[in-house]
Ligand binder design. Sequence first.
Ligand SMILES: [Fe+2]
Length: 231
Amino acid sequence: MNNFKIKQLFDYDTWTYTYLLWNKSSKNCIIIDPVLEQVDRDINLINKLKLNLLYVFETHVHADHITGASSLKKITNAKICYGSKTGVNGADILFEDGHQINLDNDNITVIHTPGHTGGCVSYYIKGSIFTGDTLFIEGTGRTDFQEGSSSDIYDSIKNKIFLYPDNTIVYPCHNYSGFLNSTIGHERKFNPNVGDEIKKNIFLENEKKKNRPYPKKFDIAVPANLKCGKV
Ligand SMILES: [Fe+2]
């Protein structure tokens, strides 16, 4: 019997996906990339489903929204978890590459996937991978701030994320075109930035040509997120 459940939630202001993962028997639960403005929604859902929020997982220090991590911790006492290379203050657990953490019988693997930021991580659990802003659906995260590196993001995707089987479900932190999730097989075939046919030198050339706007909330979000969203 499959006891594991994933629920995808959306913040329509910043186009951010938050995920709730839980075990249906124990009700133990993890939230990935919560958004401050959606904490009430998330708590109401957690209470309605009678879940025990154990951990808040962040994929990285976000530049486009303030995390709901500290607010959720205040209410539920959940542990705040980031990758060890993020440089955040106030996290309960800092994950190293390859760290394993259990949700009852299921194992979650933390994968350091730098490139969008220096401290980005992805999380793999039971045939699903949560890729943050590293791998998007037919796209990749920007690499022009927060110790971003085009070379690193390419290597993270090709040498770490794409090692998972084709039927692995990809859950990104954002989508701006109405898609919810993807698979590794789909991304290897159709991702115009990093699909199988795109060699590294082409990727690097293409990244250099990109001109991306300064994120609206950058100056507020990054300092707040470096303190786990304490406001
Ligand atoms: Fe980001």
